[in-house]
Write a protein that binds this ligand. Structure first.
Ligand SMILES: *[C@@H]1O[C@H](CO)[C@@H](O)[C@H](O)[C@H]1NC(C)=O
Length: 223
């Protein structure tokens, strides 16, 4: 039997249902790949807001021209009393919002990763080392809030030996949070922050021992 005949034989012997499924499947794949290569609609951005040379770090890189408007506030050099009042009022209300969230966490979930704001319970999606606590220290320092009572809590954080931890989350939240708080703080006991960052960083090290140096997604000290 020739190859062509064999293929024909197989096709005619296939149940109808399978032929339809095959047809739909092939059609979807063709449609999907076509969509992938369709040109995208250009972004509708006000051209007067276009960044000009010198205001974007990416401008000119491989002929890249950013079409995003600048969102950063210019550094204030002069302001009227009125403008200063508005700015300070805004500053204060941001601080009050932060404190509202922080006090909820402190009351109902201190030491846990997160507060669940509707049930007032807590959850631990980041290994249970107190993610909100660590994340917040830098913010608190910038807001000139006292971190005195937090340092003993930080000192007490214990890396759990049999916990699946995300390498990414551990790096940005715990190691990054502690290091930036250490940099921002003038507290006489701020070494606690650096010591804990080192401890967690060392625990994380085995995750980087891979053939290509790209870390594992998760790490677990016992496995
Ligand atoms: C959670 O705490 C807030 C503030 O103390 C309170 O108003 C709210 O009723 C509490 N919610 C539950 C479900 O207990």
């Amino acid at each position: 039997m020739s190859k062509k005949k064999m293929v024909k034989n197989v096709l005619t012997k296939l149940p109808h249902r399978w032929r339809y499924i095959g047809l739909v499947l092939t059609g979807s794949i063709i449609l999907y790949t076509t969509c992938l290569f369709l040109p995208m609609e250009p972004l509708d951005i006000n051209p007067t807001a276009v960044l000009t040379e010198g205001t974007s770090r990416l401008y000119g890189l491989h002929n890249f021209v950013s079409r995003l408007p600048k969102i950063q506030q210019d550094i204030i050099t002069e302001e009227t009393t009125e403008e200063r009042d508005v700015r300070e009022q805004r500053r204060e209300s941001i601080k009050q919002s932060f404190l509202y969230g922080w006090n909820g966490y402190k009351t109902y979930a201190l030491g846990a990763d997160e507060l669940k704001p509707l049930s007032n319970r807590s959850s631990n999606p980041f290994g249970g080392l107190g993610a909100t606590l660590v994340d917040s220290i830098g913010t608190m320092l910038i807001m000139e809030l006292d971190i005195d009572e937090l340092l003993p809590l930080i000192e007490n954080i214990k890396v759990k030996p049999d916990e699946q931890m995300s390498v990414f989350e551990t790096t940005i939240r715990y190691v990054g949070g502690l290091l930036s708080a250490f940099e921002l703080s003038n507290h006489p006991k701020k070494h606690i922050l650096l010591d804990k960052a080192e401890e967690i960083g060392l625990a994380l090290l085995p995750a980087f021992e891979t053939a290509f140096g790209l870390p594992h997604y998760h790490f677990n000290l016992l496995r």
